[in-house]
Design a protein around this ligand. Structure first.
Ligand code: 4AD
Ligand code: MG
Length: 445
């Protein structure tokens, strides 16, 4: 009797008769010899059919197999260095094959397709090798995020998705009708995290987050996943120390578990190996100086205009990329202008025009992957900031009240899962980092 195996474990079954259940990824016709690439979700194995070794009819069935037909393959595993596949190095000599469903002509062919076509067929595209590799890395990133936080004393406390008020910028709200009242999809769980932090000390929330970003970029989605840790008695320095450990652990764990996937993605892993603490730290002031110095040194007028920056402006992606290129690992930029950041950030003592915020910029042009800060913990100051930016204080009464019942200095940040996946996998665009991307021009499939 053949043993049912997972292709990922094929090496443990050399010489044995096995059974694999899955889908035909590709078929090459060599006359009396047929080469099938069969995938079962855990990997891809080359399966070889010899006409003369099979019962009558089976070889013909194999010859007629279409791409993505579902099959049960029985055969003998043998080592063969040349055998392609994931893991590869082993192939299955087919002794029998059952067809579960003979697939219709599959829209995604092994040839090149345009990205919009592939995005329209995302429900099928997820089966392709590259997409499989990316989404497996994503799953590990999410698991490592949870494990690391759970093991370091952070308590997962969920925050709501349906919310009565903005958590971040009021221009990116998705409004819905909540029984006749306006409500919004959560842009962040942070405000609730701050309440929960006072119960547990160190908390995190981790879920989908929504931003009506009315622009098309390679870094923005309308729906993305964010993990947000929030810690009592943490300063900005504590926050950076924690973030560099956390982000390094994520990168190193992917390197340890996903060499094969990173190879499929042709990722240069040398850049990832370098991601270990400590990360460089520069202030916003220094970042502006560095950018303007670089602009001064370039002859190309276009590049000059792209790099030059006025103090107070937020960084665009050319700025973030140029700053990141100055270092071999992610770089923290701290003390941003207060006016460019959210209302809840603690001003720097004696210099209220800048705040106790920190963004982490990933190398190789991947831009901001985390954003965080110390939070204002004084009730009067917070009320003043809410009034200054002109949001309705009634909506924030509960949030303000937290500052009256045992308020403490605290800090937290959010890490965007998709940007982290794009960076670690080395992808040019964020759309492939999430199973079903929601973008300005896309809500299908
Ligand atoms: O910097 P952001 O807006 O920070 C917050 O929302 C804070 N409330 C987090 C906190 O302190 N608890 O977002 C944090 C991260 C960004 O650095 C980025 O990685 C990601 O979330 N992000 C997006 N990712 C994809 N598409 C978008 N539209 C994103 N907006 C933010
Ligand atoms: Mg930010």
């Amino acid at each position: 009797m053949a043993t049912l195996i997972q292709i990922a474990d094929i090496a443990q079954h050399a010489g044995q008769e096995v059974m694999v259940r899955g889908w035909v990824y590709n078929r090459t016709d060599k006359g009396r010899l047929q080469f099938l690439l069969v995938r079962d979700g855990t990997g891809i194995a080359q399966c070889v059919a010899f006409k003369k070794e099979l019962e009558p009819g089976v070889f013909e069935t194999i010859t007629n197999l279409t791409q993505e037909s579902s099959v049960i393959v029985t055969g003998t595993v043998r080592a063969d260095e040349r055998a392609p596949g994931t893991p590869g190095g082993f192939e299955i000599g087919i002794t029998h094959l059952d067809v579960i469903q003979l697939a219709d002509e599959y829209p995604i062919q092994p040839k090149e397709h345009g990205v919009e076509f592939l995005m329209d067929h995302r429900h099928l595209w997820v089966r392709s090798l590259r997409q499989w590799a990316i989404l497996r890395v994503r799953a590990t990133i999410i698991r490592t995020i949870r494990n690391w936080l759970d093991e370091h004393g952070y308590v997962l406390v969920d925050t709501p998705i349906l919310t009565p008020a903005a958590g971040e910028n009021t221009t990116t709200l998705f409004e819905i009708d909540y029984f006749g009242e306006p409500a919004y999809l959560a842009q962040t769980g942070q405000l609730y995290n701050e309440a929960n932090m006072a119960s547990f000390g160190k908390v995190y929330c981790f879920g989908p987050t929504f931003r009506a970003e009315k622009s098309k970029t390679r870094r923005h989605l309308m729906e993305f996943w964010m993990v947000e840790p929030e810690m009592a008695f943490f300063s900005l320095e504590d926050l950076m120390a924690m973030e560099e450990e956390f982000v390094s652990a994520i990168v190193q764990d992917v390197l340890a578990k996903h060499r094969a996937e990173l190879e499929i993605l042709e990722r240069d892993t040398a850049r990832l190996e370098a991601v270990r603490p400590p990360f460089p730290r520069i202030s916003y002031d220094e970042a502006v100086e560095r950018l303007n110095r670089l602009a001064g040194e370039t002859d190309d007028p276009e590049r000059k205009a792209e790099l030059a920056i006025t103090w107070g402006d937020d960084f665009g992606s050319p700025h973030e990329t140029a700053l990141a290129e100055m270092f071999d690992r992610p770089v923290f930029v701290y003390h941003y202008p207060t006016a460019a950041k959210a209302f809840y950030m603690q001003p720097v003592e004696g210099r209220p025009e800048v705040c106790r915020s920190v963004d982490l910029l990933a190398p190789e042009g991947y831009g901001e992957i985390t954003g965080g800060s110390e939070r204002i913990w004084d009730a009067d100051l917070l009320k003043q900031r809410i009034d200054e930016i002109g949001i309705n204080p009634d909506n924030y009464a509960w949030y303000l009240s937290l500052r009256r019942y045992g308020s403490v200095p605290h800090a937290g940040f959010g890490l965007g899962v998709e940007r982290t996946v794009a960076w670690i996998c080395g992808l040019p665009h964020i759309r492939e980092t999430i199973p079903y991307a929601r973008m300005l021009n896309r809500l299908y499939p």
